[in-house]
Design a protein around this ligand. Structure first.
Ligand code: KG4
Ligand code: ZN
Length: 351
């Protein structure tokens, strides 16, 4: 029978992720051990257009999804007969892109009877921390900073989140991408700013660090983005040369300062002594270094996934999917892509 492997206590999750521009599949054993992690990145394709083109992303996902799933099973030396459950990202993300992964997962589940578990993308990002830190268990505080989200959350239990702060406007990664475009670095912006900033002076330009009056844990990055654009316009009007590296380093420092300050005050207020980061921006070298230092100085244990597990991948969906499966979450073939799925909806009681 499919979905009933012989090894009693072993749960093999086949995970699928296609929410944006990576077509990814992975096999994860017992939530923490990655047996395979296949990522087909569409970055070179979208670079031509300076950003992700949703229609092109969906088409490419369709072309690649079966190959990626087959390779994930082959790399893990398993077949569908060994798989306990299929976990798939069903939101948030680009609707056409999500639909490809959801349809593939539903088709496999329908054909084999293997249980289907829909996973929230951000639950996946946070759960990437479980993969390389076997000792990490909730509760802890986590900062999620990606292209679409900036959330500061308390992880009460596996898949159980209390949101302390969110961004009021742009996500941190979105700010990186927009500023990179403005200074002529192109797409993908985050990694390019990260590299260039190493040669710049982070104190060169005093960009603002926004505070949100109503909630000290909320973020706002649109003012910072406008400040960079104003600075660039001002230089242009005065005929002054722009030092790209200084702009990159000063902008990055402003983002890092805000993320670190908000996160550490949340960690100290919660008193767990454990802090994790997640999402594409969590691979930023200056952010990681700043958190290493700040956490060490305060006796806080700092967790972060390897860069490849920070940006979109399916292993993280396998980790989250395992804990969802274990708490009884099962989805039917009516599972649909939900482009604006809220993190609060992860906590919904199981049927
Ligand atoms: O988590 P992710 O792969 O996709 C989303 O769920 O959005 O995050 C992508 C975001 C992009 O905005 C990208 O510019 C940013 O993460 N990013 C970085 C770095 N690597 C990726 N931002 C800053 N520094 C990096 N090294
Ligand atoms: Zn993501």
């Amino acid at each position: 029978m499919f979905g009933e492997n012989n090894m009693e206590d072993t749960v093999y999750i086949l995970a699928i992720e296609s929410s944006c521009d990576e077509t990814a599949a992975a096999v994860v054993r017992n939530g923490r051990e990655v047996l395979s992690n296949v990522i087909y990145s569409q970055v070179p394709l979208h670079t031509l257009y300076g950003g992700v083109v949703p229609e092109i992303a969906s088409r490419k996902h369709i072309e690649k999804i079966n190959q990626v799933i087959e390779k994930a099973l082959a790399d893990a030396h398993l077949t569908l007969r060994d798989i306990t459950a299929i976990a798939v990202t069903y939101g948030p993300g680009l609707v056409g892109a999500l639909l490809v992964g959801v349809s593939a997962a539903k088709a496999i589940s329908f054909a084999t009877g293997i249980p289907l578990v829909g996973v929230h993308h951000i639950n996946g990002h946070i759960s990437a921390n479980y993969i390389e830190h076997p000792e990490l268990e909730p509760p802890f505080v986590c900062l999620v900073a990606s292209g679409g989200h900036s959330h500061l959350v308390v992880v009460r239990d596996y898949g159980q989140y209390e949101i302390l702060g969110i961004t009021r406007d742009d996500a941190a990664g979105e700010a990186f991408d927009k500023v990179a475009r403005a200074i002529g670095l192109g797409y993908p912006g985050g990694p390019k700013i990260d590299q260039l900033a190493k040669q710049g002076n982070p104190e060169a330009i005093p960009f603002p660090r926004a505070k949100v009056a109503e909630n000290a844990y909320d973020f706002s990055f649109s003012g910072l983005k406008s400040a960079v654009l104003n600075y660039l316009n001002g230089c242009q009007m005065k005929g002054e040369e722009i030092c790209q590296a200084d702009v990159a380093a000063s902008f990055q420092k402003a983002v890092v300062d805000v993320l670190v300050e908000h996160s550490l005050s949340a960690v100290q207020a919660c008193g767990y002594g454990k802090f994790a980061i997640a999402g594409g921006v969590a691979s930023n070298s200056a952010l990681r270094a700043a958190f290493e230092q700040a956490c060490a100085a305060r006796g806080i244990t700092f967790y972060h996934p390897s860069p490849i597990l920070c940006t979109d991948n399916a292993a993280m969906i396998g980790a989250a999917g395992y804990y969802e499966y274990m708490r009884g979450v099962r989805h039917g073939l009516d599972l649909n892509a939900v482009p604006n799925l809220r993190l609060e909806e992860v906590n919904a009681p199981c049927d």
